[in-house]
Design a protein around this ligand. Structure first.
Ligand code: AMP
Length: 369
């Protein structure tokens, strides 16, 4: 059975590594010659929108999935309309919603999921009005193609509006209130084509400069976990979803406020490879192939630390007892996710102690609350 994956980044690569023990094969589509998945599976090098290559991929796969969000919905829709095409999972409408921050906010509101206050911004005048109505501080974001803090400007005072408009104003935008959050959490769950669902324990996430640095799980109060499962279930059912879905939240005054969703395996779930009975990658594959979903029981208290910008010496990392290293084989570049490491400890206190020691070594500026 072959799974076609659009995008050959580290997420796709980890998906393939999770799928081989199940007897699955993989074919990737990625324009980049050094796509991380290329080390573990065949990659067809072409544009994501190339109709001939999408058709070829479809003819050679039982199901098509994707490992990154900014692929063309239009190309996928056109492709899916053709005869004898492989199913696309997760559903394209979920991808379309996640690609547009305004559509995402509207979905959250429609499903009764608390989210940040926001206004769509298409002109300088609308930006002024949004800042007046929503208030300062705020954050101006591109509606589309934003990730890892790219395409965002924090607005602290009225003077920041002009600078933010100059840097981002050429594309449609959204203005959001700046949430004074206590912490950030995310939930990951899977729904299979047969309608079965599973949920992982809540993740506690630490970001710096808009990029995820650390995830700890299980994390947070049981009632946060219950609310997160409720909100994620609403989204899964709304789309009659198949695959893994993630929602990120701010915790404000003890309540969850949805920030965004990702219709794919997610960085905040990487700890599940060693820290859970079944990883998010394996459950994504099981879900899209209609196989029974695997247990999400945690095997301990996990911390995942992203390795960003440059790779620390392998010897130093592997000297940390119990550390699991994942090197994606990417060229170093400032702000680029090059790998991650995971610790799984018997208690939250032991995990945090070890994680702090490791952070001092690999990301000295990042503090764990
Ligand atoms: P995003 O691309 O929306 O996931 O934003 C990346 C990170 O920037 C988030 O995880 C937060 O740490 C921060 N951030 C984004 N939007 C807001 C907001 N409205 N209020 C406070 N922090 C934010």
């Amino acid at each position: 059975m072959t799974v076609g994956i659009i995008g050959g980044g580290q997420l796709g690569r980890m998906m393939a590594l999770a799928g081989y023990p199940l007897g699955l094969d993989f074919l990737f589509l990625d324009p980049s010659r050094d796509a991380p998945a290329g080390k573990v599976a065949p990659v067809v090098h072409a544009q994501f929108t190339d109709p001939k290559v999408l058709k070829w991929l479809s003819q050679h796969s039982q199901v098509l999935t994707f490992d990154w969000e900014n692929i063309s919905v239009e190309a996928l829709r056109k492709h899916a309309a053709g005869a004898r095409r492989a199913r696309i999972c997760p559903p394209v409408p979920a991808l379309a919603t996640a690609q547009d921050r305004v559509a995402e906010k509207r979905l959250f509101e429609r499903l009764g999921i608390p989210t940040t206050r926001w206004r769509a911004v298409g002109s300088r005048t609308q930006l002024e009005r949004a800042a007046r109505e929503i208030g300062l501080p705020g954050v101006l974001k591109t509606r589309r193609m934003g990730y890892d803090g790219k395409g965002q400007a924090r607005i602290g005072s009225h003077e920041d509006l002009e600078r933010a408009w100059q840097s981002l104003g050429s594309v449609p935008l959204i203005y959001e209130e700046w949430v004074p959050f206590e912490c950030e959490v995310s939930i990951i769950g899977a729904r299979s084509t047969r309608g079965e669902t599973v949920f992982y324990p809540l993740n506690g996430n630490v970001h710096a400069d808009g990029i995820l640095r650390v995830t700890r799980a299980p994390y947070g109060a049981a009632r946060w976990h219950r609310s997160a499962i409720d909100y994620l279930t609403r989204c899964l059912e709304h789309f009659r979803y198949a695959g893994v879905l993630n929602i990120e939240f701010f915790v404000r005054q003890g309540r969850l406020v949805a920030n965004e969703m990702a219709p794919r395996v997610h960085n905040s779930g990487h700890w599940t490879i060693e820290g859970s009975a079944t990883s998010q990658f394996e459950n994504h594959l099981r879900a899209i192939l209609g196989l029974p979903l695997g247990s999400t029981r945690p095997t301990g208290h996990s911390a995942m630390i992203n390795l960003i910008g440059e790779m620390p010496a392998r010897e130093a990392l592997l000297g940390v007892p119990g550390l699991h290293l994942h090197d994606y084989g990417k060229q170093p570049r400032p702000g680029r996710k090059l790998g991650h490491c995971t610790l799984v400890e018997p208690s939250a206190a032991q995990r945090d102690r070890l994680a702090r020691r490791l952070l001092a070594q690999v990301a000295p500026g990042v503090r764990l609350p």
